[in-house]
Design a protein around this ligand. Structure first.
Ligand SMILES: NC(=O)c1ccc[n+]([C@@H]2O[C@H](COP(=O)([O-])OP(=O)(O)OC[C@H]3O[C@@H](n4cnc5c(N)ncnc54)[C@H](OP(=O)(O)O)[C@@H]3O)[C@@H](O)[C@H]2O)c1
Length: 149
């Protein structure tokens, strides 16, 4: 991948699903620091993924969050439903947009997808939502309650 970048075929290179130990090992030999580490990130896995976010922040690696919408798409009915719906109603937006705003508040960039234009437009608009520390704490607490083991 470093050769790909050195040959001018990519502006940046990154990694995916690297844990702290994987990143430490890579940093010993890397000639080019990875720009991003794309990982699973949503409130139900936040506590176990946090060391990866901390290591990445210290080392200038951007965290890209995939499956940020899992609490809504594949795991609805959990403790997050209530705070997500309440905060979404307060802002007049969708719960998906609140999950994206929460991800941004954790310093990560969301990588998502949709087949629907309205959802994609909503995802762009989510960049303008700034959650309060109380909103973030409510989501963190509910995420910890429904934590994936
Ligand atoms: N690096 C890795 O190991 C890894 C692993 C997984 C995924 N990824 C990547 O991450 C990106 C995001 O993919 P993801 O699957 O993780 O997506 P995600 O961002 O968690 O969710 C996107 C999906 O959620 C659906 N959705 C949104 N709102 C919904 C709602 N209210 N009810 C039901 N469904 C709803 C969308 O369907 P509609 O089309 O109907 O809007 C879309 O299919 C992709 O580019 C994928 O390739 C990477």
């Amino acid at each position: 991948m470093e050769k790909v970048q050195n040959d001018g075929l990519a502006k940046s290179i990154g990694i995916s699903n690297f844990g702290v130990q994987d990143m430490e090992t890579l940093m010993v030999s890397a000639q080019i620091k990875p720009t991003v580490n794309q990982i699973l990130l949503h409130p139900y896995v936040y506590r176990r993924q946090k060391p990866i976010l901390d290591y990445a922040a210290k080392n200038g690696i951007i965290i890209e969050a995939y499956s940020a919408l899992i609490p809504i798409t594949t795991a609805p009915g959990g403790p997050l439903d209530k705070p997500l719906n309440e905060i979404a109603a307060k802002f007049g937006v969708t719960p998906e947009q609140i999950l994206m705003a929460w991800t941004k508040a954790k310093g990560a960039v969301v990588v998502t997808t949709s087949s629907k234009k309205a959802r994609l437009e909503g995802y762009i608009a989510a960049g303008d939502i700034t959650l309060s520390p109380e909103d973030i704490a409510a989501i963190d607490d509910a995420g910890a309650l429904g934590e994936e083991k």
